[in-house]
Design a protein around this ligand. Structure first.
Ligand code: ZN
Length: 104
């Protein structure tokens, strides 16, 4: 009695399915991570959204997000600035940066 995600084992793409009716619906998404992130972004059960509206929302979501090197899906722009990495990867890159001049 819920919305679940079905994944194609050949190409990894994913669709929402209604576990009550065993019917797939909506857009075919890039991966299970994309599907989970998009599903969460909707803020409601995707089964309650008109299928054409859902497909449109997916198109917008997909065009405005990308996959960080760690696999997390993030917005391409945050506060008007381009974003290439998630907060964790940015923090890791900061930690891995050289610590400045060698002390002599
Ligand atoms: Zn990351």
């Amino acid at each position: 009695m819920s919305c679940r995600i079905l994944v194609d084992r050949d190409d990894g793409r994913a669709v929402f399915i209604c576990s009550t009716s065993d019917v797939a619906f909506g857009p075919i998404m890039e991966s299970v991570v994309w599907a989970m992130t998009f599903g969460k972004s909707l803020g409601c059960d995707p089964r309650g959204i008109d299928v054409n509206d859902l497909i449109g929302r997916w198109g917008t979501f997909f065009s405005e997000h990308h996959e960080c090197r760690c696999g997390v899906i993030i917005p391409q722009v945050v506060d008007g600035r381009a974003r290439t990495m998630c907060d964790d990867c940015r923090e890791l890159e900061r930690i891995e940066a050289p610590c400045g001049k060698k002390q002599s």
